[in-house]
Design a protein. Structure first.
Lengths: 128, 759
């Protein structure tokens, strides 16, 4: 039986894009955890964009994986963004308020633009 | 009795041994006789010629001596007369006349003598006195000769040519003439021709010989001339012969060109005797003998040929009888004639051999008949076995339940009278339906026996075992036990719930089944398979669960279907099978019939190679199925399989993707929770479809737990460190339109209503 979950990484430290496709549920979340683990353990990684365009189904087990990643990154000042949510996924994310509304993007480009803008702001010292 | 081939025709006379024997004997005898005859003939010819030559020489000597003596005697008498006359002298003729008589008397063969006394006066015109003494009876009579006779003969002393002599009594004579010493006197003694020819008389009796007497070049005597008293006619050939022989060597006969041999002998003076040997006459008796020999030999050969024929008949006649008898070999009433069997010769040996062959043939025939009877018996037993085997196979069956009905339809077509394929199905007491399809290695009777045993063992284990995998696991050691022939059976074993369509399959190396969906899609039901039953007592496959929706069909088959070959050796193959199956809206019976018809059409004219078995399990939904709940059990396939089958079920009930996702999410959260935290092992889900909602009833045997009673979760999206527990229950509570919980006995029962078309 084909593995219903597919994970691919792109990019380099500090910023990675992670494409998750298929079904992220109680049967597959351990694979996702294992795949993300080295990335999260690397302190150089500051930004992670989850591209969920291919994700068809997510359950609370999958949400926990997202939470764990977000927690790991924010612990070192990093950030997790999600992009390209399908409607049914978006609905679940909304129901459990999985991530702040401001960290959900319609596309990875949008997420990148947001990140660039944020970086500029940091560089210009416009920090509050 | 089968028709016998017609008896072989008797050989024609030309090919018969009789004729050949006769011909060969005749030819051999003719050859021997011919060679011997030619040899003998040549020897005899040489001898005959040698004998002829000897006779020639002998006769020549004899006749020569006789003639020489005769002629010599006449010459002596004449000489004596002449000398005596000279002594007498005087004119008185009386003494001279007495001398003449004495001279004629001295040679009794003389015909007479002429004496002419010359006168002293030669000028006298008167003829000198001449006297002729002529034989008269025993004595002589002298007469005065005529003037003509007394006329002077100009020739000197010698023999005269033959002449007709009136003085000697009108006979032909040869005269010896001698001049007397007295002038004008002379004497002539006449020797008659027949006296000379008398010496040639013996030649007349010998046809081989021919004697010729010559005086100077004149032929005087001829042994072949009819008269001995007259001279033979002058023949130029005879004269030429004289010249020819004169040149030849003396003593040996000289061959002549005309097939004769000749030898000449001088007799003194100008006399010459020639004797000829006629080769043709010499060989004439031999020729006659030869013809007699040829004739006699021909008769003898003919007789020999007839004898050979008769002898051969003695051989061929028994052979012909044997041949006629052999045509009826091994037939009723066949018996060789006793006289032939008792013979001590080769015929007898042949007859005894034929007799032995007849016995052997009869035994062979009897054996063949026995074998045929046994074959017939075996065939009828095989027919019985075929019927028995077919009767072991259950007839098509339909199991009616409230949620619909399950149709089971199967067919088995053995390649031989009996086969090694099998199928079985029957409903169990717990409402599940058990079925199995299998294929025993090999074909024919051994396979059929092992098949019967396999079916019996499987049916026994199926009765009290709740998992197909376990059934195979229990059957494996029993079938491996005592299986000396190392036969084995691939088996596909399954349990299907007619209420829900949920099924579990286990396979021991059998062909993977196909699931034909209601819309005609064909799916290979992939699963792990174990080792075939019968070899390894511990080999069996894992169970694999699946779900049949109304209209779906589980299609199981033996490899005889895909391995069926047409006349050109091409395989029927999976593609053709899928093409036949991929038709929507067919019943199980129609699918079975369709596949078999396709295989039959494909293998038209080819020898069936393997048993062919197909079994179709079809789930048919009742018309009012929408209102009734569908029941799914977590056992035996696990959560994932259950989710998939429920998903399939929802698809077929037209539930859209969003609602399916919510049903799945809710079920996963609740069941995972019950399994992971509630210690549940037996979970049952029931689905009921309503117009705008889907009603879920979830039951488990875990610890008592009411998810609806949990406190509402505080959700803070901005807090990365928020607790991750309770999200599932939160989702369930949020998504459900309505929910209710009740604890009944040791089971949690949760009822949820989800929107069919969620916002």
């Amino acid at each position: 039986m084909t593995e219903p979950l597919e994970i691919r990484f792109e990019g380099s430290a500090p910023k990675f894009t992670c494409r998750i496709a298929g079904q992220l549920d109680t049967h597959t979340y351990q694979h996702a955890d294992a795949a993300l683990e080295p990335l999260l353990a690397d302190p150089a990684v500051q930004l992670l964009v989850l591209d969920l365009e291919g994700l068809e189904y997510i359950s609370s087990a999958g949400l926990r994986t997202v939470f764990k990643a977000r927690k790991a990154l924010s612990a070192r000042g990093g950030k997790l963004l999600v992009a390209n949510l399908q409607p049914q996924i978006r609905k679940v994310f909304d129901l459990v308020k999985a991530v702040p509304f401001s960290e959900i993007f319609r596309s990875t480009e949008e997420a990148d633009a947001y990140l660039d803008a944020m970086q500029k702001r940091v560089l210009s010292g416009d920090e509050e | 009795m089968a028709d016998r081939p017609p008896a072989p025709a008797r050989p024609g006379w030309r090919h018969s041994l009789k004729t050949r024997l006769a011909l060969w004997i005749g030819a051999g005898a003719a050859l021997v006789a011919g060679l011997a005859g030619i040899g003998l003939h040549q020897v005899a010819e040489r001898r005959a010629l040698a004998a002829g030559e000897a006779a020639l020489q002998r006769e020549l000597r004899r006749a020569g001596a006789e003639l020489r003596a005769l002629l010599g005697g006449v010459e002596v008498a004449a000489r004596t007369l002449a000398h005596a006359q000279a002594g007498i002298g005087g004119d008185d003729p009386a003494p001279a006349r007495a001398l003449l008589d004495a001279a004629v008397h001295s040679e009794p063969l003389l015909a007479g003598g002429l004496l002419v006394l010359g006168q002293p006066g030669a000028m006298s015109v008167e003829a000198p006195p001449a006297y002729y003494a002529k034989r008269h009876g025993e004595g002589l009579r002298q007469v005065r000769a005529t003037d003509a006779a007394a006329a002077a003969d100009p020739r000197p002393t010698g023999w005269q040519a033959p002449s007709f002599n009136p003085l000697a009594g009108n006979r032909w004579t040869v005269g010896h003439h001698r001049v007397l010493d007295a002038p004008g006197g002379r004497v002539r003694l006449d020797l008659p021709l027949d006296a000379l020819n008398r010496s040639l008389m013996p030649f007349r009796d010998d046809p081989r010989l021919h004697a010729l007497l010559f005086k100077e070049g004149t032929l005087v005597g001829d042994s072949r001339w009819r008269s001995i008293g007259t001279p033979p006619p002058a023949d130029p050939r005879s004269i030429a012969l004289l010249a020819l022989l004169a040149e030849g060597p003396e003593g040996r006969p000289q061959p002549l060109a005309d097939g004769r041999r000749g030898l000449a002998e001088a007799l003194g003076g100008d006399w010459r005797l020639v004797v000829l040997l006629d080769e043709a006459a010499t060989l004439a008796p031999l020729q006659a003998l030869t013809w007699r020999f040829v004739g006699g030999t021909a008769v003898a050969i003919l007789l020999l040929g007839l004898l050979g024929n008769a002898l051969a008949r003695r051989i061929t006649q028994p052979l012909v009888r044997l041949g006629q008898s052999a045509g009826e070999l091994a037939q009723d009433g066949f018996a060789l004639p006793t006289d032939l069997l008792l013979r001590k010769d080769e015929i007898g040996q042949l007859a005894r051999a034929l007799d032995a062959a007849d016995t052997a043939l009869r035994q062979q025939l009897a054996r063949s008949q026995r074998l045929a009877q046994e074959q017939q018996k075996l065939d009828s037993e095989l027919r019985l076995a075929h019927d028995l085997q077919q009767s072991m196979l259950p007839a098509s069956r339909t199991v009616e339940v409230a949620e619909g009905r399950l149709e089971l339809h199967a067919q088995l077509r053995p390649a031989k009278s009996v086969g090694g394929d099998f199928y079985a199905f029957h409903p169990r007491e717990d409402g599940m339906v058990w079925f199995a399809v299998g294929d025993v290695s090999d074909k024919g009777v051994p396979a059929a026996l092992f098949m019967a045993r396999t079916v019996a063992v499987l049916e026994a284990t199926a009765r009290n075992t709740d998992s197909p995998a376990l059934m195979l696991a229990r059957a494996a050691p029993r079938l491996a036990e005592g299986n000396e022939g190392c036969m084995f059976a691939t088996t596909l074993c399954g349990l299907v719930d007619p209420h829900t369509g949920l099924f579990e399959l286990a396979s021991s190396a059998h062909e993977l089944p196909r699931i034909v969906r209601a819309d005609g899609r064909v799916e290979v039901f992939a699963m792990e398979t174990g080792a075939p039953l019968g070899i390894d007592p511990e080999a069996y496959g894992e169970g694999q669960a699946g779900m049949l929706a109304p209209g779906d069909c589980l299609f199981c088959f033996s490899d005889g279907v895909t391995d069926a070959r047409d006349r050109h050796g091409r395989l029927f193959g999976e593609e053709r099978l899928h093409a036949v199956l991929a038709q929507p809206g067919r019943s199980a019976a129609e699918r079975v019939a369709g596949v078999l018809a396709a295989v039959d059409a494909f293998t038209e004219g080819a020898e069936p190679a393997d048993d062919i078995t197909v079994l179709a399990v079809g789930l048919v939904a009742p018309a009012q199925a929408a209102g009734n709940a569908l029941r799914f059990e977590l056992w035996p396939a696990g959560l994932r399989a259950m989710e998939r089958t429920i998903e399939d079920c929802l698809v077929r009930h037209g539930v859209d993707k969003a609602a399916r996702g919510e049903v799945r999410l809710v079920l996963e959260e609740l069941l995972a929770n019950a399994l992971d935290h509630g210690g549940a092992s037996d979970c049952v889900v029931e689905l009921a479809f309503e117009d705008a909602a889907i009603r879920l009833r979830i039951e488990d045997d875990g610890h008592a737990f009411d998810p609806l009673a949990t406190p509402t979760l505080e959700l803070d999206a901005d807090d990365p460190d928020r607790p991750v527990g309770g999200l599932g229950i939160h989702l369930v509570k949020t998504l459900a339109l309505d929910a209710g919980y009740v604890r009944e006995g040791d089971r949690n029962r949760l009822t949820l209503v989800l929107p069919r078309n969620p916002p």
